[in-house]
Ligand binder design. Sequence first.
Ligand code: URA
Length: 245
Amino acid sequence: MERLQKVIAQAGIASRRKSEELIKEGKVKVNGKIITELGVKVSNSDKVEVNEIQIERESPVYFLLYKPRGVISSVSDDKGRKVVTDFFPHIMERIYPVGRLDYDTSGVLLMTNDGEFANLLMHPRSEIEKVYVAKTQGIPLRESLRKLEKGIRLEDGKTSPARVKMISLDKKKQTSIIELVIHEGRNRQVRRMFEAIGHQVLKLKRERYGTLTLNGLNAGEARELTPHEVKQLRALAMESVQKNS
Ligand code: URA
């Protein structure tokens, strides 16, 4: 048995607090009956409706996928390209990616059916640390990398301070391997940051997301998160959302 507001939140419809409001406003039905008090618990067999629409009930599941390049971070693609859910043929739950990695970016991607968890991690104030390794065209100057560290102006605003480390460079081929640690998750952020200092990203990989790394996985492989990892990630996100609110 789970609290009604938790079940609504896990379905990804609203935060737990907003779910409580929906209940108080009389917008939630359990087995056809409007519920307005907050203490109610429901089991898997109870039919829950929000605004007359039945919500899907599934046990929450959490996976880490080592996304390969050339895959869309989506559950379907109208052009028939490979999507991240293709790597989970035996999983019956309706999982989806938490955020996105570009088609050509590889690395750590979380997959879940827990809408509350996904919304929390993708919250604009959530500051989960993400570690990227980029291969760039050309060798950025030290002062250019300093700009990335301090925050650089992009068309959607200045980026937050980042940590930047030159890992290696190839003078002959004029390429570099650079590690970039950021907390934000804007669209194509890493590629745009490097473009802003005049260097195209040739290859990009997300090596870490919060506490999760690619250790033990090959590209295209996935594993289930441990309950401890789920707890840790939730705590990390909650802490930063509260700190920044
Ligand atoms: N930044 C990018 O530019 N691309 C990604 O896929 C992730 C972060």
